[in-house]
Ligand binder design. Sequence first.
Ligand code: NDP
Length: 280
Amino acid sequence: MINSLNDRITLNNGIRMPGLGLGVYQIPDEDTAKVVADGIKAGYRLIDTAQIYGNESGTGKGIKEALAETGLNREDLFVTSKVWNNHLTYDETIEQYNNSLEKLELDYLDLYLIHWPGDNSFKESYRALEDLYKAGKIKAIGVSNFEIHHLKELAEDASVTPVLNQVESHPRMSQDELRKYAVANDIKIQAWSPLMQGQILKNETLQKIADKYNKSVAQVILRWDIQRDVMLVVKSVRPERMAANANVFDFNLDKEDIKAINDLNQNLRVGPEPDEFDFE
Ligand code: NDP
């Protein structure tokens, strides 16, 4: 279990990755540099962006700015991006990776993910990721929004096991089955929209638990993920919330409260259903 923003979890290829990171989904490119720089200054070491967010340039600027101001090195940070896998060929995937690097103004990524499985064309894209990884151009590769059957299909041909599967997960979508499969196959689960994009913050059960520990509902949810060994990326553009979301290492939810949160699961998504999502 992680104990700080900089505490790292060892992935199946030996790379160590911060367990809690800052996501930048839905932030306009021109605002992203400030958010990313604020996040790094607040102690976040993992930054999660994607080609489709349209803010890789802003993310790169924020990283540059923060490195100059804090004296941190590039290696102190962990940067993730994702390829929008709309039936990409092998060559197109390599090209998209290079585009992402160019926009981010970085010479490597720590983690590159296939953003959505789509139809089975993810296999060709993943082959490109494997070759980039084997050539030392990415520290780790993985997937996002993969269901168990996608992971199984991928495993039929893959020579590199994905280090993680980034999926929607929060108290209404606890992903227990997928988590079990992932643990058994040495694949980490990383939660996206851990706060259900803000839609679960008024829940009464969570509020009662939050009052008991003198914490906010958001902090209780993030702590629940940490205690169930789920890695996560949370988004806020506001420095005070970034700080609050990082202040989750000084309390422990007891068994009863963990169970009460587990019981909120309804397999309810705020995002698309991976098997139905047509992302063209
Ligand atoms: P989150 O569950 O992180 O919720 C973000 C929302 O909650 C924002 O509206 C934010 O507002 C608000 N918020 C954040 N902290 C607090 C707080 N302490 N109290 C009250 N409100 C708060 O949603 P996201 O969808 O952004 O998910 C997180 C990250 O996951 C994304 O940024 C992205 O990196 C990744 N992601 C990946 C996807 C994938 O397909 N792989 C899909 C979706 C997300 P404000 O900013 O105003 O503070």
